[in-house]
Design a binder for this molecule. Structure first.
Ligand code: UD1
Length: 320
């Protein structure tokens, strides 16, 4: 099967490409390198330097492909509240360009990187796919809207999609084949790694007065290689069942900010300065996934999302 991976030079995308290649798929990466990195391109994959805002480039790229994995998006939830236009154009219009190019070319299988941000403030835990979807940021809204558009394209154009709602992606390929560092990261793990590596002064811990065991925020961190494995499983499943799916991808366990800091101190041997500061607006106390649907439909569950694997695989990249 020939798969076009849109956004395949990014952090998650390049791990997905790795997984596809390891499973003997033939892969083309389509990426505008706005945040994706050349260093992330895997030698066995073809590369098209293209932009999802250019329908003619997408139309040309579809040629000869059987399925699409779409991970091209802006993903900074905070920024999406200040610059919604940027997120509306790229994430929404860009995806509609992809869906139109795909269905016009007869490509009717797509795996889409959605997000736990579609749920908003949790009403109960763990969060399953039936949980109400009330995104609290515009980024999460764009992901939810795309799921809805894909649902209509399923009904009207026979598109079969898997919307994978990622919880917090972290870690790196265990074998060191993905080495790109995200530029100006805002997510917890890369920030901690920059402090450990000495390129950032300290971690700001956004609140220690939450209703959690140590007072710091709890999230469901899922190793990026576990995530990647779910994409090949999703391709197989939409093919076999000939129906679309919406699936959470999480480890089903929660880690607090300070649990990760402590593990990072132990594993790196670095002091990792951490300063408690105010809560970040919009941050819930705790998010944990139910991954029962992924277990059932994809025969998938997390294997390497324990805190030591997350930190060790990250540190092996950042220590360089
Ligand atoms: C965020 C987004 C989510 C997006 C995901 C991946 C929100 C509400 N959620 O998840 O939509 O899909 O990123 O990009 O914006 N923390 C600190 N100090 C830091 C950074 C983080 O204490 O410098 C804490 C946060 O308060 C949180 C945890 O670490 O408790 C994880 O934060 P982060 O990595 O930013 O991910 P989320 O906010 O959970």
């Amino acid at each position: 099967m020939k798969v076009l991976v849109i956004g395949g030079a990014g952090y998650i995308g390049s791990h997905v490409v790795r997984e596809l290649l390891d499973e003997s798929y033939s892969v083309t990466v389509f990426d505008n390198l706005s945040s994706g990195l050349r260093i992330n391109l895997q030698p066995e994959a073809a590369f098209i330097h293209g932009d999802i805002m250019r329908p003619e480039q997408l139309a040309a790229a579809m040629e000869g492909h059987d399925a699409i994995i779409h991970l091209a998006a802006f993903k900074a939830a905070g920024e999406s509240m200040i610059r919604p236009e940027k997120y509306a154009l790229n994430n929404l219009n860009g995806t509609i360009n992809i869906l139109n190019a795909a269905t016009a070319a007869g490509v009717r299988r797509i795996v889409f990187s959605s997000s736990a941000a579609v749920y908003g403030e949790p009403e109960y835990l763990p969060i399953d796919e039936k949980h109400p979807t009330r995104p609290e940021n515009f980024y999460g809204f764009t992901k939810l809207e795309i799921e809805r558009v894909m649902d209509w394209y399923d009904r009207l154009r026979g598109l079969r999609f898997a919307a994978l709602r990622y919880f917090n992606a972290a870690g790196y390929d265990r074998r060191g084949r993905v080495r790109g560092l995200e530029q100006n990261p805002a997510n917890l793990l890369p920030v901690i790694m920059e402090v450990a590596a000495g390129t950032r002064e300290k971690l700001l811990v956004f609140g220690n007065d939450y209703d959690t065991p140590d007072g710091t925020g709890v999230r469901d961190y899922i190793h990026v290689s576990d995530l990647a494995r779910a994409h090949t499983a999703a391709l197989r499943t939409i093919d076999e069942r000939d129906e679309s799916l919406v699936v959470n991808l999480g480890s089903e366990s929660g880690l607090s900010v300070m649990e990760i800091v402590e593990a990072a101190r132990r594993i790196t041997g670095e002091p990792i300065a951490a300063e408690i500061t105010d809560r970040r607006p919009g941050d819930p106390a705790k998010l944990v996934a139910s991954a029962a649907t992924a277990r059932e439909l994809l025969s998938w569950s997390a294997r390497e999302s324990d805190v030591d694997s997350l930190v060790e695989t990250s540190w092996s990249v950042y220590r360089r």
